[in-house]
Design a protein around this ligand. Structure first.
Ligand code: DLL
Length: 433
């Protein structure tokens, strides 16, 4: 099932022609109208006419999060404010927030991209879609909202939070699709089960579209087992518009709409493009955005690109599930550890519940201590100390084998670790304090 079959199944050669043409136009537009890019090009001695096509991409500068912060609020914009119809903004945990502006056409491209994506997951006008991503400055809620409405689905705009009400509405209004963070879905399932409601048996939910934070294949399995739904991955970032790309029903990667977004995978250290099928940082150039065009935007997200035509018939390239973020990496006693590796290990152990926290401390002798707190799964519940000690030891061994670093494992009772309604924050680094 396609939303825009002509665009989604376009021969790769035609897609490439569009990219060549749009890239040239973008470079001129950015140089002409964005104070930031004009300055940057001049500093590099780069003339927009130097860019004749895709082969010249590596000549172009990267754009980083810091550039958005330094040019807060309007320095990245390439249209007058009168043409901007909406702002979104990120909370800016480490300083100034970052602001994104959209022209009417930018919103149109975003909505159309999401219509393609939701249709690729199998959302139709017969669905009742509960949108439990936050509505507001965060792009999740509104990003899903307009596309779901355009498809003709019935939207239930619950936003995030108020978990009891979410479950009542899900059951009473017969939601068939939910969109929220994977961590919130796990919390919803747990809450429902405590209230005596089985999502599988007592609701009509059949599908969930989960993203905005890293999650693993094992977590997908757990969500599906607990709820009986099919779980799809959705990726996007506010700088690129918001939620944009999902898996299709093949679930072999997320389709990137290449007529609007040009992707590269680079080595985060050297900035060089990596070879086909190699892991690296996702870099995106926006080909259709007017208000805030981005040239070689460094997402910070690590993934692998797949260019072969998908079995679903779509010709656009795919990225595999995000493997982590370059800046999420924690260094424990000199060893690089990605929280996603920890999740991967934990979710393979049946006695471990879905919620965990990673706490980093520094001992008096200067050594780092990593504590991984996990809950026992409901089924595995025991208060026999010897069982708990044995399990802690087993988890620590698994972690050591994968991470190559020793972690202290603490098992806590089900329901005692923090739950999240939006993006989960599972790492507490007390070493900086
Ligand atoms: O999280 C946009 C979004 C909303 C995506 C709803 C999906 C669903 P930001 O708040 O700007 O935008 O955060 C973007 O979140 O760079 C990734 O690190 C992370 N992220 C988003 N989706 C995924 C995913 C929205 N499926 C940042 N897997 C990105 C892993 C994800 N990480």
């Amino acid at each position: 099932m396609y939303w825009d079959p002509r665009a989604e199944k376009m021969p790769q050669k035609d897609l490439q022609d569009i990219q060549e043409r749009k890239l040239r136009a973008l470079v001129h537009h950015a140089y002409e109208y964005s104070p930031f890019y004009r300055r940057k090009f001049k500093e590099m001695g780069l003339n927009p006419w130097d860019i004749t096509g895709l082969k010249d991409l590596p000549k172009l500068p990267f754009t980083k999060k810091q550039d958005l912060r330094d040019n807060y609020p309007f320095g990245m914009f390439a249209v007058p404010i009168s043409q901007i119809v909406r702002f979104h903004a990120s909370s800016g945990t480490t300083g100034k927030p970052t602001v994104v502006g959209y022209t009417a056409n930018d919103i149109e491209v975003w909505v159309e991209s999401m219509c393609r994506s939701l249709t690729a997951c199998g959302v139709t006008r017969d669905d009742i879609m509960q949108i439990s991503y936050g509505y507001g400055l965060f792009t999740g809620g509104l990003g899903f909202h307009y596309a779901a409405e355009r498809i003709g689905a019935t939207v239930l705009p619950t936003s995030a939070g108020n978990t009891q009400r979410q479950i009542e509405l899900m059951r009473d209004l017969h939601s068939t699709v939910i969109a929220c963070t994977p961590s919130y879905m796990l919390y919803l399932a747990e809450y429902a089960s405590k209230a005596g409601i089985s999502i599988a048996d007592d609701t009509k939910l059949r599908m969930g579209i989960f993203g905005a934070e890293p999650w693993s294949e094992e977590t997908r399995k757990r969500i599906e087992e607990k709820t009986g739904i099919t779980a799809y991955d959705v990726y996007g970032t506010s700088e690129l518009s918001g939620p944009l790309f999902t898996e299709c029903q093949e679930r072999q990667g997320l389709h990137i709409w290449a007529d609007h977004f040009l992707i590269e995978i680079i080595d985060p250290e050297t900035g060089e493009q990596v070879g086909e099928g190699e892991k690296g940082e996702l870099v995106v150039t926006t080909l259709s955005k007017e208000a805030m065009p981005l040239i070689r935007w460094r997402t910070g997200d690590i993934t692998i690109m797949e260019t072969e035509k998908c079995a679903c018939g779509r010709t656009h390239p795919r990225i595999l599930r995000i493997l982590g973020r370059a800046d999420d990496m924690i260094i424990v006693r000199g060893v690089n550890v990605f929280p996603s590796q920890i999740e991967h290990v934990l979710m393979q152990i049946p006695e471990v519940g879905e919620h965990y926290m990673i706490i980093l401390d520094r001992a008096e002798n200067g050594l780092d201590i990593m504590t991984v707190q996990v809950e026992l799964s409901e089924k595995a519940f025991t208060d026999k100390v010897s069982d708990i000690l044995e399990l802690e030891k087993r988890i620590a061994e698994h972690l050591k084998a994968v991470l190559n670093v020793t972690a202290k494992v603490e098992i806590v009772n089900p329901g005692t670790l923090q739950r999240f309604e939006g993006k989960a924050k599972r790492v507490i680094d007390r070493r900086k304090i």
